[in-house]
Design a protein around this ligand. Structure first.
Ligand code: UDX
Length: 441
């Protein structure tokens, strides 16, 4: 079987490579020539554990190819996956220009029956637009080439993308024909050996499923963050509340970890886009509006606490920051809580010295010389007045206290992810603030 995947961003590259891993011949297409030439030389533009080896292996086995020519990639392809970006417009709705441009190009080059699969996260109704764009081009050409549209949202998590793709909880596919269903079943069969289902549905429902899934997960996070803030007010411990509610299988113990707010390329964008979709249909998604505002507030909680500690005066204070990426195991800083914290600390006249295991280059690209970049976590803490932990990378879990105390001006930690034990902090004489738990003073 041969397929084409258009867009070598996160979703496209991971999907294409994982399909190749099961023996499908995959050609990945991108308009960015530099990216394609890098990929052809085994250089991966994103940080994702395991991806580089898998790309190399499949390129060597001649199952995975990279090109800038969609026309070339389409030759003999039974399915074409569209996995290009849908950046948010100023008003929060997803910008479809890349998706529709690809659809038109497919229409200009379509030769025989093909299933065109949309994998980008797109608003409800986009599959129909893709179909129309292809049809329009076929009409211009004056030809009739049979094709089907499918919508196949992707649920992978950054940092765990390969595992998520190879062993998905479920595959969701929206289709309009049995032929397309058959093809998608064949393509995904190797990934469903763990017994998890492929769920077929209509196009609109599958498009909405992706947004509803992310919105539900974002809701869980904002919910627990809101409860965390209440815990602090009444003197309860959110970690205990989490364990207490999470063992009820109807609630579940995942995605109810309180923290410094959610970031990344999906949750913030998708929650906004879903609110927008509802508005366009004169409907208000009240819960999601709150999910969003709770998250905006949560991203500032750690900063606010630092500011309160220093009685509102951060002028000249040096703050060490551990973690920059929006979560561990990625260099992605899109919508990262660290950015909100840094922006506010700098605005108040503090200096920030940061360390992240992999996101340093990304931080330099975004922040330039606005902050200091340390070579190690402990270098960041030299002469620091406070340490903030914002991303729970494994390497931060065990602190070398001797080193820390040699460096810091005082024993003061703000933990935005609740990874340290308050009792240990008390024993070691630290002032320790976390999220939704009693501060140690
Ligand atoms: C998410 C979805 O999980 C995935 O299914 C979808 O395809 C894309 O969006 P991702 O953005 O890679 O994936 O990250 P995820 O691991 O879901 O974390 C998102 C954010 O939520 C992070 O900022 C994380 O720190 C935060 N989070 C997650 C919490 O604050 N608490 C939790 O309990 C879980």
């Amino acid at each position: 079987m041969k397929i084409a995947v258009v867009g070598t961003g996160y979703v496209g590259l991971v999907s294409g490579t994982c399909f190749a891993e099961t023996g499908t011949i995959v050609t990945c297409v991108d308009v960015n020539e530099e990216k394609i030439s890098q990929l052809n030389n085994g250089i991966i533009p994103i940080y994702e554990p395991g991806l580089e080896d898998m790309v190399k292996r499949n390129v060597e086995k001649q199952r995975l190819f990279f090109t800038t020519s969609l026309k070339e990639a389409m030759v003999g392809a039974e399915a074409i996956f569209i996995a290009v970006g849908t950046p948010p417009d100023e008003d929060g709705s997803a910008d479809l220009k890349h998706v529709l441009a690809v659809a038109s190009e497919i229409g200009r080059n379509l030769q025989g029956y093909t299933v065109v699969v949309n994998k980008s996260t797109v608003p409800v109704g986009t599959a129909q637009k893709v179909k129309n764009a292809i049809k329009q081009e076929l009409e211009k050409r004056g030809v009739e080439v049979p094709f089907d549209i499918a919508s196949n949202p992707e649920f992978l998590k950054e940092g765990n993308a390969i595992e998520d793709f190879l062993r998905p909880d479920r595959i969701v596919v929206g289709t309009e024909s049995e032929e397309a269903q058959k093809l998608m079943s064949k393509l995904y069969k190797p990934f469903l050996l763990n017994g998890h289902p492929i769920v077929f549905m209509d196009l609109l429902s599958s498009e909405l499923t992706k947004y509803a899934a992310n919105a539900m997960l974002a809701t869980k996070i904002s919910f627990i963050n809101d409860i965390a803030n209440l815990c602090e007010i009444v003197g309860a411990d959110v970690n205990l509340v989490r364990k207490g509610i999470g063992s009820d299988s109807r609630i579940g113990n995942k995605f109810i970890y309180a923290g410094a707010g959610y970031g990344g390329s999906c949750f913030p964008k998708d929650v906004k886009a879903l609110i927008k979709t509802a508005q366009e249909h004169n409907h208000t998604l009240e819960i999601l509006q709150s999910v969003e505002s709770v998250n905006e507030r949560q991203k500032k909680v750690v900063y606010q606490r630092v500011k309160d500690f220093f009685n509102g005066n951060l002028q000249g204070k040096k703050i060490a920051l551990w973690g920059l990426s929006f979560k561990p195991n990625t260099d992605d800083m899109r919508e990262a809580p660290s950015l909100v914290i840094i922006e506010n600390l700098l605005k108040d006249g503090a200096t920030v010295s940061a360390y992240d295991p992999v996101a340093m280059h990304e931080a330099k690209r975004i922040l330039g010389d606005a902050i200091q970049y340390a070579a190690t976590p402990y270098e960041a803490t030299k002469n620091a007045d406070a340490l903030i932990l914002i991303t729970e990378w494994s390497e931060f879990r065990i602190i070398n206290f001797e080193e820390l105390e040699k460096n810091m001006n005082q024993k003061l930690i703000f933990d935005g992810r609740n990874i340290y034990d308050p009792e240990e902090m008390r024993e070691r004489g630290y002032v320790y603030y976390s999220i939704g738990r009693k501060p140690i003073k």
